[in-house]
Write a protein that binds this ligand. Structure first.
Ligand code: ZN
Length: 443
């Protein structure tokens, strides 16, 4: 690493982060867009993200084969409704885009309530919430409505319309690459395919976009690759198109569900001991209530990055994970359910994680036989009788453990000295010529 000392304490960077009002306005702009795994709602979402960070887009045509999967037809919806005999729209896509089953096949016909019922979905246990349903991989159509709406439907004839198209088109993947001194990459992935749902997944989109904007303004050792794509088919397609390049990924994070008021949850990569796993565990140990979970093959796109054929060092950062809050995949996951402050805190955490990934490099002690003289190098006070300061302790730890295999995080954990202090000691020793990065004459 170069001479740049990056402060791993995210609190020092808070004033540079975006204000809550700006986060709020980003969320309000994204919320109404009718996203799906393909289509113009997702492209419009990327247009908004592009105001924060330049994106390069790949339009992958329908029919593209990605391992056992295939890019589906492109879905676009203009309108959808159920009308009663009086001509009133009793279910109306224009009021809420969750009212139409996402990826519904087009339909326009009259039918009785009995014929319509198999196409209607509600949540009796939450009678005022609209469920979120999709029909991605089994062609069908339907409407989602509150249970109160369902119960209010009188027997009789209804007219249904889903003015949608399912045609050969493309799946859109967008990337923002921030080059660093090294081609070693940090992958940040977030899905962009849910319609009006806030925590899952606007919060992840917002944190990723703002994180990219933050990092773009900083000097970087590592290269950052942000990928915005639909969940499952998006990450699978991206992996199939980038199979020969994924070896550059040294660390990765899937970001999702970061706007609710629950504590942070980090899900380890399949490896469990990757640097990103250790860095996240350390950072979360300073966050009240935060927990670290072992990898499991269920969840978001970490499932694909951590499939055994890739086994990438990619973990997942959320607050309350998918499926563990009643509002999940319902209209109650709305802008009131999340807070801009929660998103800003998640952003600060991610900035701090990246700073740690940048600075956490294992050094080699160039004077490993006995202790080198630290006093003449101004690395240790020459005051007898007083115990060493925390920084001086960190200097001793860094000298002792820097054999090329222990990184500063390991030193911080073993010594109990805060990571930022260890980094200060490591950099002081490097500047004094006592530590260097392995394989470099002068770092
Ligand atoms: Zn979801």
């Amino acid at each position: 690493m170069g001479g740049e000392v990056r402060d791993p304490d995210p609190a020092c960077q808070g004033d540079r982060l975006m204000g809550s009002e700006a986060v709020d306005s980003l969320l309000r702009e994204l919320y109404p867009l009718c996203r799906s795994i393909t289509g113009d709602g997702t492209r419009a979402t990327l247009d908004v993200i592009e105001r924060f960070i330049p994106l390069s887009r790949t339009e992958v045509p329908s029919g593209y084969k990605a391992f056992e999967w295939e890019v589906p037809l492109e879905w676009n919806v203009r309108d959808a409704w159920v009308c009663n005999a009086a001509g009133d729209r009793v279910v109306d896509f224009q009021r809420h885009n969750l009212h139409v089953v996402n990826y519904s096949t087009p339909v326009r016909q009259r039918m009785s309530l009995e014929q319509l019922r198999p196409h209607l979905f509600s949540l009796p246990e939450h009678p005022d919430w609209i469920p979120y349903r999709t029909s991605y991989y089994s062609p069908s159509w339907g409407f989602c409505l509150t249970h109160r709406q369902l119960e209010a439907l009188a027997p009789g004839e209804y007219e249904v319309c889903i003015d949608a198209t399912l045609l050969p088109g493309a799946l859109t993947i967008a990337e923002a690459v921030l080059p660093g001194d090294s081609s070693d990459e940090v992958l940040v992935f977030t899905h962009v395919c849910h319609p009006s749902l806030a925590n899952d997944n606007l919060s992840g989109i917002a944190v990723a976009a703002l994180l990219a904007q933050q990092l773009a303004e900083r000097p970087r050792t590592l290269t950052y690759r942000f990928v915005f794509a639909p969940t499952t088919i998006g990450s699978i397609t991206w992996l199939s198109m980038n199979e020969t390049r994924v070896g550059r990924i040294r660390h990765g994070l899937v970001l999702a569900s970061l706007g609710d008021r629950g504590p942070f949850v980090y899900k380890q990569s399949r490896r469990g001991d990757a640097v990103v796993d250790r860095v996240a565990a350390y950072a979360l140990s300073h966050k009240a209530g935060a927990t670290v979970e072992r990898f499991s093959p269920y969840g978001y796109d970490e499932r694909q990055f951590c499939s055994p054929g890739f086994n990438l060092p990619v973990g997942r950062l959320t607050r309350t994970p998918n499926g563990r809050y009643p509002e999940y995949h319902t209209s109650a996951d709305n802008l009131d359910f999340i807070s801009a402050d929660a998103i800003r805190e998640a952003l600060e955490l991610c900035v701090g994680l990246c700073a740690m990934l940048e600075s956490n490099q294992a050094y080699v002690n160039l004077a490993p036989k006995c202790e080198p003289r630290l006093g003449p190098r101004n690395l240790f006070r020459n005051l007898g009788g007083r115990g060493p300061s925390e920084l001086e302790h960190a200097v001793l730890w860094a000298l002792n453990m820097s054999d090329g295999s222990n990184d500063p995080l390991e030193i911080a954990v073993r010594s109990g000295i805060p990571y930022p202090v260890v980094i200060r000691a490591v950099h002081a020793l490097r500047d004094a010529g006592l530590l260097r990065l392995p394989g470099r004459d002068n770092a």
